[in-house]
Design a protein around this ligand. Structure first.
Ligand SMILES: *[C@@H]1O[C@H](CO)[C@@H](O)[C@H](O)[C@H]1NC(C)=O
Length: 316
C-alpha cells in the first residue's frame, strides 16, 4: 500500500519566475506546460483567470503529468478503491497537517462500493473524475496511464459546495458563520446533503434559529482523521463535532451514514474530504436511539424534522 501511495503522483514542476507576467502568461510561455495551457484556455478559462488572480505558489502539472499516472491499474481496481498520495503538498491544496493531498482511485464508483466494477476512475477535487482510458503502459520509470481529463486541485469545503450546487447547504453555512470552521480546520470530513435532501425534509432556513442550523451542520462534520471511504468501516461509529456519533454502513453496493446513502463519495477537499448525501442526518434526541439500519434513500415521506433544543422552542 505504501509503495502504491508513493508511486501514484503528479509530476509537478515549480514555475519559472517571469517578471511582470501573470500565471496565465507564464503557463502560455513555458513549452512543458503547453498541454495545461491548451486545457485551461480551451476548456476552463474561468479557472485560468481564477489561478491568474491568486498570489502565492502555483504548482503546474507538466505535459507528462497531465496524461500520466505511475501506479499499477490492478492495485487501483480492487473492490473498495484506493486512496493514493499525490505530490500536491502545497498548503493551499493540502491542509492536512503536513501530509500531501490524495486522489481516490476506483473501478467501483465514487464510494468504491458499486456491486460490480466498471471503468477505472480517478476522483480528485470538486467532484472531478477522470477515466483511465489506457492503463499500464510501461516505461523506464514505471507505468503510464492515460486519463481522459485533468485532475482537479482540491478546493475548500465551501468552494466545493458551490461547485457541486449544494446551495441550500452553503446558505446554511453562511447564515451561521460556519464557513471558517469547514474551510480552515485541518483533516475535516464534510457530509453534505443535497438541495433535494434538504427540501425533502421541508427545511426552510429562514424559520430555523441559527443555533438549530449550527447543530445540524456540526452533526454533518467529522474532524480528526480524514474519512475517505477506504477508512470508513461498516458498523463503525464516528464522533461528529456536535458530539453524537454517526454510524457507517456498507451494504448492497451503497455507502451509508446512519440510514442516509452517499450519493457521491470522496470529493477531495484541501483540508479533507466531502461526501454528498442523498438525505439529512438527524441527530439522536436525548431519550431516543438513532435508527442506524441501512435503508433506501428517503422518498420525501419522512416525518422527521430537525430537532430543536428541549427548552425554548421556536422563539422567532
Ligand atoms: C493575468 O494577470 C496579469 C496581471 O498579473 C495580467 O496582466 C494578465 O492580463 C492576466 N492574464 C489573463 C489571461 O487573465
Amino acid at each position: 500500500m505504501d509503495s502504491l501511495r508513493a508511486a501514484l503522483c503528479f509530476l509537478l514542476l515549480p514555475l519559472p519566475f517571469v517578471l511582470g507576467a501573470g500565471i496565465a502568461e507564464v503557463i502560455a510561455q513555458t513549452p512543458e506546460l503547453s498541454s495545461l495551457n491548451t486545457i485551461l484556455t480551451g476548456q476552463h478559462p474561468e479557472l485560468l483567470s481564477q489561478i491568474n488572480s491568486t498570489t502565492g505558489t502555483f504548482f503546474a502539472p507538466s505535459n507528462t503529468a497531465l496524461d500520466s499516472f505511475i501506479v499499477c491499474s490492478a492495485d487501483m481496481s480492487v473492490a473498495g478503491g484506493k486512496v493514493a498520495d499525490t505530490r500536491l503538498d502545497d498548503s493551499a491544496y493540502a491542509n492536512l497537517e503536513g501530509a500531501a493531498n490524495v486522489v481516490f482511485a476506483s473501478s467501483y464508483g465514487s464510494t468504491g462500493q458499486d456491486s460490480a466494477p466498471s471503468a477505472l476512475k480517478v476522483y480528485s477535487g470538486v467532484g472531478g473524475e477522470a477515466t483511465i482510458t489506457k492503463p499500464d503502459i510501461a516505461y523506464d520509470g514505471g507505468l503510464v496511464h492515460i486519463v481522459d481529463r485533468v485532475l482537479n486541485f482540491p478546493q475548500s469545503c465551501s468552494k466545493t459546495m458551490q461547485q457541486q450546487q449544494l446551495t441550500t447547504l452553503f446558505d446554511a453555512v453562511q447564515k451561521t458563520n460556519y464557513q471558517s470552521v469547514i474551510d480552515t480546520t485541518a483533516k475535516f470530513t464534510c457530509l453534505a446533503p443535497t438541495n433535494e435532501a434538504l427540501a425533502g425534509l421541508g427545511i426552510d432556513l429562514s424559520t430555523l434559529s441559527d443555533d438549530d442550523i449550527l447543530s445540524a451542520l456540526k452533526y454533518h462534520s467529522i474532524v480528526g482523521e480524514v474519512d475517505y471511504s477506504t477508512v470508513l468501516e461498516d458498523g463503525k461509529e464516528y464522533p461528529t463535532l456536535l458530539g453524537p456519533t454517526v454510524t457507517v454502513h456498507k451494504k448492497d453496493g451503497q455507502l451509508y451514514f446512519n440510514d442516509v446513502a452517499v450519493q457521491q463519495g470522496n470529493i477531495i477537499t484541501n483540508n479533507g474530504v466531502a461526501h454528498v448525501l442523498s438525505g439529512v442526518l438527524i441527530p439522536p434526541t436525548s431519550n431516543a436511539t438513532p435508527t442506524s439500519e441501512a435503508a433506501p434513500p428517503p422518498d420525501g415521506t419522512t416525518t422527521d424534522i430537525v430537532p430543536t433544543p428541549d427548552d425554548q422552542v421556536g422563539s422567532a
